[in-house]
Ligand binder design. Structure first.
Ligand SMILES: Nc1ncnc2c1ncn2[C@@H]1O[C@H](COP(=O)(O)OP(=O)(O)O)[C@@H](O)[C@H]1O
Ligand SMILES: [Mg+2]
Length: 365
């Protein structure tokens, strides 16, 4: 394994370099101009292909992936919206890596994002020394992507002020960017393969503040939390294995505990239990990403502070930090879930009994 892959978070094109190479080798389907892989191969990269030894990476909505790929071939940009932790960023990274060979062209949206981050800025020392020259111009990731015919990602676009977002309108509609400082008629035209994937969290300021002119330039796709418990379990177990790989310890019992954990998350997320009872949903984001964090922490506790056997108690203790983030009411909702639903299951299963006992001992408001 090379050093970069060992970094805590290497980009997707490095982490999956072997898979991408195998897909490219086997790829003889038609490819849009500027694309590194055919749309079919891009889909295989994201949804998996056992024959080529390519793992599934995105779970739960295969047609969404197809539509996303089609959007990126079209003249429209792609806007992925949804709750936090639904893999919007992951999906945009995978699409960038597969289509353009890089997921590194990124604009991170924030209150401090300005037009220079979307268009171009200047190296002020050079600007003073030689005026507005090509050398003094500092291209944004968007301009870089236009010049190289690649995908640029725009993370959390709704966190930037709408008037800043609007700098994208002409880029998306004309597929070109004027550079008036370099000459009155100097226009940079995007090479084929250029497009934008933006992501937006529904819990942030919200997409309603995006101008309708900009909205029209994007195809919107809503990414939902995984609703199939079997899928979610498979995913959390796979990610747990990945996270534990560098650890020098072994953990037993993860299968059953993952089932309990996913059940709990799905119940609380949907406000409806597997048995059909309704309950009060916590305001906290009960995303798959949080479920992975809980299972990972529970496994670390079991491995390093216990005997290595994961149990319901480890989950109960770790779930508290996820659910009780900022709303005291959420603690009461979790308490009610424990007192009614978990208690009933505890009568029938040892694992749920452990969960119940440990959860009762928590201070849940
Ligand atoms: N449907 C899904 N398929 C695969 N992984 C998922 C899914 N939903 C959530 N995840 C996990 O959650 C993690 C966090 O997702 P992220 O892309 O940061 O979410 P978002 O950008 O929507 O907030 C992903 O890296 C992945 O591990
Ligand atoms: Mg994100």
């Amino acid at each position: 394994m090379n050093a970069e892959i060992q970094n805590l978070r290497a980009p997707a094109e490095l982490r999956h370099a072997d898979e991408l190479a195998r897909l490219a080798e086997a790829d003889n389907a038609p490819r849009p101009a500027g694309w590194q892989l055919s749309p079919r191969a891009v889909r295989r990269f994201i949804l998996g292909d056992p024959k080529l030894g390519v793992a599934r990476k995105f779970y739960g909505d295969d047609p969404l992936v197809d539509r996303a790929i089609v959007s990126l071939m079209s003249r429209q940009g792609l806007m992925l919206v949804g709750e936090p932790g639904t893999a919007k960023s992951m999906l945009s990274e995978l699409l960038g890596a597969a289509i353009s060979g890089t997921s590194a062209l990124v604009v991170q949206g924030s209150a401090g994002t300005n037009e220079d981050h979307i268009r171009y800025g200047w190296n002020y020392a050079l600007l003073l020394a030689e005026g507005p020259t090509e050398r003094a111009l500092v291209p944004s990731p968007v301009l870089n992507a236009m010049r190289s015919g690649r995908i640029v990602r725009f993370e959390e676009i709704t966190r930037c002020p709408p008037e800043v977002q609007d700098a994208l309108i002409s880029i998306l509609s004309e597929k070109s960017l004027a550079l008036p400082e370099l000459g009155a008629d100097r226009v940079e035209a995007a090479r084929p393969g250029f497009n934008i994937i933006a992501t937006a969290n529904l819990r942030d300021r919200g997409v309603h503040e995006m101008s309708s002119a900009l909205k029209r330039r994007f195809n919107f796709e809503t990414v939902h939390p995984i609703d199939d418990p079997a899928f979610e379990k498979e995913l959390v177990l796979r990610q747990l294995a990945e996270r534990l790989e560098p650890e020098a310890v072994a953990v037993k019992g993860a299968e059953d505990v993952a089932e309990l954990l996913v059940r709990t998350f799905q119940d609380l997320r949907s406000g409806r239990t597997a048995e059909g009872a309704s309950l009060n949903r916590p305001d906290a984001v009960m995303s798959t990403a949080e479920a992975v964090n809980v299972l990972h922490a529970a496994a670390l506790e079991a491995a390093y502070l216990d005997d290595g056997k994961l149990g319901g108690g480890h989950v109960a203790r770790q779930i508290q930090g996820v659910v009780l983030k900022d709303s005291p009411d959420d603690g009461k909702k979790l308490r009610a879930y424990v007192d009614h639903i978990v208690k009933e299951r505890a009568a029938r299963s040892g694992l749920w009994k452990e969960f119940y006992t440990a959860a009762r001992a928590l201070k849940l408001g």
